[in-house]
Design a protein around this ligand. Structure first.
Ligand code: FRU
Length: 512
């Protein structure tokens, strides 16, 4: 990629050239042991535009990706193959497949055909393991006289032996639920209406059952409804929220009134989970950008990357003495063996005082770091702002930095992109909106009994994924330094002595 203006991420999926947004059609091929990710793709420009296609990448290890070309094309130049999903039709409920296509590869895409007049749901199926697709002659399979009816996500519901679709009635703030025996005829069964953050519209819903980790009172699992909103999310612009509840085959009933962002950063939208993840686990991937500024980020000849793939489970925590709540816990999948490198090594009990930061020089690339620390409440006193900060400093312009940190007074993390790529950042206020030090800190946990904290950070050239306390909370944010993301050093500093005791720090360069 010699012509790239910015060094592209190494393990985050990017398009070779052109524009990418939402992940689509995620499925795992158990026969080939291969993961498939499709995505909203404009090959003709580095901004969103029609005609819009499904691009396609595959991976053996969820770490290194191969671009395998366009999978689905729209039928006209002023139309788009909008977001959707893929299912495996093992028992040939559609009748699309002959004996020659093995059951594990009988994939059917369910997606939105967008034209100036309408949004309707289409089926396409593949006879070659997910590389090329044929359009079903009976399309569309679902329509409702609307231009705001999109992003179907379909699952197989074992208990009722039916296909279940959730689909956004975007500007009515409804998620429509439909059932089917054959993916061709759909029956409306309910609407989930006006839950959580509304923003301007609902997009990209998803419904999954997640296990609850450990031995808990919450039983063996709960249903989760994902709903993306854009614009108007709590972080500004677009983000993915989720509801925990119950699903009986026709209705989703939320257990709690409240909603949560699955990732509190600014770059995690349109999350989708894989159909047929191995071992009955749930894995998902999101678009690591935000509609507020996605068209302006200084990359060329490509724009946008995906997040890392994450595994999702529920964890139970004591919100207050009376109440236990469930929270999604995220674990990133990063295959060190595929990268051919050793696992991170540790440094213990580091002593950092005001004016004596811990400093590491770095070269461009992929890093994985872990910080564990405890907060000394008595030294802090609880009144003034005391902080532990990690600075990623630009290699070309030494004044540029990305800062993340922990503010002891509010027990919150913050991230500040306001001093990255100085010239570009000043022209793009949305990039720093709601993310500066004092503006919207990240609450690490509702669990007041935690007094020690940990943060794992994965830095992949221009994207930083932070996992707090083993993934109880996550924050994904892109950043850009003048000179193409070159990071010169990382250092850790404290704003007040004796408040923070850093018990462990490890940093590993995984790749250059
Ligand atoms: C979400 C979205 C979807 C739509 C697609 C079009 O980012 O607006 O609702 O299907 O992008 O590219």
């Amino acid at each position: 990629h010699a012509n790239d203006t910015v060094n592209r991420p190494l393990v985050h999926l990017t398009p070779h050239e052109g524009w990418m947004n939402d992940p689509n059609g995620l499925w795992y091929d158990a026969k080939e042991e291969l993961w498939h990710v499709y995505y909203q793709y404009n090959p003709n420009d580095t901004v969103w535009g029609l005609p819009l296609y499904w691009g396609h990448s595959t991976s053996k290890n969820l770490t290194l990706w191969d671009d395998v070309g366009v999978a689905i094309e729209p039928m006209a130049n002023n139309s788009g193959a909008y977001s959707g999903c893929m299912v495996i039709d093992y028992s040939n409920t559609t009748g699309f497949f002959g004996e020659d296509v093995s059951p594990e590869q009988r994939v059917v895409a369910i997606w939105t055909y967008n034209t100036p007049e309408s949004e309707t749901q289409y089926l396409s199926y593949s006879l070659d393991g997910g590389y090329s697709f044929r359009s079903y002659s009976g399309n569309p399979v679902l329509e409702n006289n609307s231009t705001q009816f999109r992003d179907p996500k379909v699952m197989w519901h074992e208990e009722t032996q039916k296909w279940i679709m959730v689909v956004a009635k975007a500007q009515q703030f409804k998620i429509g639920i439909y059932t089917s025996d054959d993916l061709k005829e759909w029956t409306p069964v309910s609407d989930f209406t006006r839950g959580g953050y509304l923003g301007y519209q609902y997009e990209c819903p998803g419904l999954v059952k997640l296990p609850v980790e450990g031995n808990t009172s919450a039983g063996n699992g709960s249903w989760v409804l994902f709903v993306s909103i854009n614009p108007g999310s709590p972080q500004g612009g677009s983000s993915t929220q989720y509801f925990i509840g119950d699903f009986n085959g026709t209705h989703f009933i939320p257990t709690y009134e409240n909603t949560n962002s699955i990732d509190s950063g600014k770059d995690y939208y349109a999350l989708q989970t894989f159909f047929n993840s191995p071992d009955n686990q749930t894995y998902g991937i999101a678009w690591a950008s935000n509609w507020q500024y996605s068209a302006f980020v200084p990359t060329d000849p490509w724009r946008s990357s995906m997040s890392l793939v994450r595994k999702f489970v529920l964890e139970e925590f004591q919100a207050n003495p009376e109440t236990k709540l469930l929270n999604i816990k995220s674990t990133p999948i990063l295959d060190y063996d595929a990268l051919g490198c050793a696992h991170p090594s540790n440094g213990k009990n580091l002593f950092i005082t005001v004016g004596n930061p811990l400093q590491f020089s770095l070269v461009q690339g992929l890093f994985d770091f872990n910080i564990s620390f405890s907060v000394n409440g008595s030294a802090f006193g609880g009144h003034e702002f005391a902080d532990l900060s990690l600075y990623l400093r630009g290699g070309e312009n030494k004044d540029e930095y990305l800062r993340i940190g922990f503010g002891a007074n509010a027990a919150t993390f913050f991230i500040d992109r306001g001093h990255t790529a100085v010239n570009w950042v000043h022209e793009n206020p949305f990039f720093t909106d709601k993310m500066s030090v004092n503006n919207q800190p990240l609450t690490i946990s509702n669990n007041s009994t935690i007094s020690t904290y940990s943060v794992r950070g994965i830095v992949d050239r221009n994207i930083l994924e932070l996992y707090f306390n083993n993934g109880s909370q996550v924050s994904t944010n892109t950043f850009f330094f003048t000179g193409g993301n070159f990071i010169g050093s990382i250092d850790m500093a404290v704003g007040k002595d004796n408040v923070f005791n850093v018990t462990e720090f490890s940093l590993k360069q995984l790749s250059t």
